[in-house]
Write a protein that binds this ligand. Structure first.
Ligand code: SF4
Length: 334
C-alpha cells in the first residue's frame, strides 16, 4: 500500500520513474490475476438521463444534439446473442440514469441468462436507483454493478454533477448489501480538482469494499458547460491506474476508451500501467452515434482493437472472474 506522500510523488512521475511505477504495477497485476485481460461486451440501452452532469453531452438539458432512444427487450437480447457468439461472457448493460430502462431489463435479463445457460455475468451501469429496484435486478440475475463516485470531493462532486456524493455512496452501499460485485470509478484532471483530491479518490476506492475501479481522464465534450475546459492529462490518468493497482492489486481496472480519446495508443498504455479489463462496444451503429458519451467523435472499441492491444502487451483475453467456472478454467474469449 502506497502512502499519501509516495502517491503525491508517483502521480506526477515521468520518464524512468514512471516506467518503474508501471513495471511495479504490472508485477502486482500479474501476481494477482495472471497475464490476462477480462473482456466485456457493452450494450448501450438509452441516451436519456435525468441527471445534468456538466461534462456529459447526454445531460438532461442538452436537447440540441440528443436524438433520444430506448432499446426494447428484444433488441437487447439480439445484441447479447452477438456478444455470446464472440465468446464473451460479461454483458455490460449501461445507459443514462432513468428508471424507464427497468421494464426492458426485466424482460431481457432472464432471457440473456437463458441464452448463456446461466454462465454469464450481467453487469449493470444505470446510476442511482431505488434500493427496491436494485433488489429486483439482482433477483432477476444481475451479478455486478458499476456506480462511479467520479470525485470524492463532496463540493466538487455537487458543483459538476448537481447531485450529492452522499446519495451516490448510499446507493453503492445498497448494492454491496444486496450482494452485487460493485465497481466504482473516478475522473482525473477535472477542472478544480487537486492532486490531493485524486489521492482521496484512490484511497476511497480501496475503502469502499468494491471489486472494480475505473479511471477516466476528463474529456471536454461539445454542448456541455465544460466544453471549453482543457482536456485531461493522460499521463496523470495512467499514473492513477498504476497507483491503484500497486495499492489494491485485487481490483479489476479497465483501460477505458477515454484514454484513447485523450491520446493515441492510450488504451495500450493503460494495460502497460496495470489495467486488466477491456470493453468491446456491441451497440448498433445507429445507437453508437446517438450515445454521446464524449460527443459524436467518440472512440468505439471493437473486438479486433482489443485483441490487437492485448496481444501487443502479451496478455490473453479471458472471461468473467465472478463466474465460478472461470476460477478453474480461466474462460477464454474466442
Ligand atoms: S454522466 Fe451519466 S449521470 Fe451524468 S448526465 Fe451523463 S449519462 Fe447522466
Amino acid at each position: 500500500m502506497l502512502t499519501r506522500a509516495e502517491m503525491r510523488r508517483l502521480l506526477v512521475a515521468r520518464g524512468t520513474e514512471q516506467e518503474e511505477l508501471f513495471a511495479a504495477s504490472r508485477t502486482a497485476r500479474d501476481a494477482h490475476w495472471g497475464r490476462k485481460v477480462v473482456t466485456r461486451g457493452v450494450i448501450e440501452l438509452t441516451n436519456v438521463c435525468r441527471v445534468n452532469c456538466d461534462y456529459c453531452p447526454m445531460r438532461r438539458d442538452n436537447v440540441r444534439e440528443n436524438d433520444t432512444y430506448f432499446l426494447t427487450g428484444d433488441q437487447i437480447v439480439d445484441i447479447a446473442e452477438l456478444i455470446r457468439d464472440s465468446g464473451i461472457d460479461v454483458i455490460l448493460l449501461q445507459g443514462g440514469e432513468t428508471p424507464s430502462v427497468v421494464p426492458a431489463l426485466e424482460d431481457a435479463i432472464p432471457r440473456i441468462r437463458q441464452l448463456f445457460g446461466g454462465h454469464v455475468e450481467i453487469l449493470l451501469n444505470l446510476g442511482n436507483l431505488k434500493r427496491a429496484q436494485y433488489a429486483r435486478l439482482r433477483e432477476l440475475g444481475a451479478t455486478s454493478y458499476i456506480l462511479k463516485h467520479e470525485t470524492s470531493d463532496p463540493e466538487l462532486h455537487f458543483s459538476i454533477r448537481h447531485e450529492s456524493l452522499e446519495t451516490r455512496l448510499r446507493c453503492m452501499n445498497d448494492l454491496l448489501e444486496l450482494g452485487f460485485k460493485v465497481g466504482t470509478g473516478l475522473i482525473s484532471s477535472l477542472p478544480g480538482q487537486s492532486l490531493d483530491s485524486v489521492i482521496d479518490d484512490i484511497q476511497l476506492a480501496g475503502e469502499l469494499g468494491v471489486s472494480m475501479c475505473s479511471v477516466s481522464p476528463f474529456i471536454p465534450a461539445p454542448n456541455t458547460p465544460m466544453s471549453l475546459s482543457p482536456i485531461g492529462d493522460n499521463e496523470l490518468a495512467l499514473n492513477v491506474i498504476a497507483c491503484l493497482r500497486v495499492s489494491y492489486p485485487h481490483l479489476l481496472i479497465p483501460s477505458v476508451s477515454a484514454l484513447e480519446r485523450a491520446g493515441d495508443g492510450g488504451q495500450s498504455r493503460g494495460l502497460e500501467a496495470g489495467a486488466n479489463v477491456m470493453t468491446v462496444n456491441f451497440s448498433r451503429a445507429v445507437d453508437q452515434k446517438r450515445y454521446l458519451i464524449y460527443g459524436k467523435d467518440r472512440f468505439v472499441v471493437t473486438l479486433d482493437h482489443v485483441r490487437g492491444i492485448a496481444g501487443k502487451s502479451g496478455l490473453e483475453l479471458r472471461g468473467s472472474v465472478f463466474l465460478e467456472e472461470n476460477v478453474t478454467t480461466g474462460g477464454h474469449v474466442r
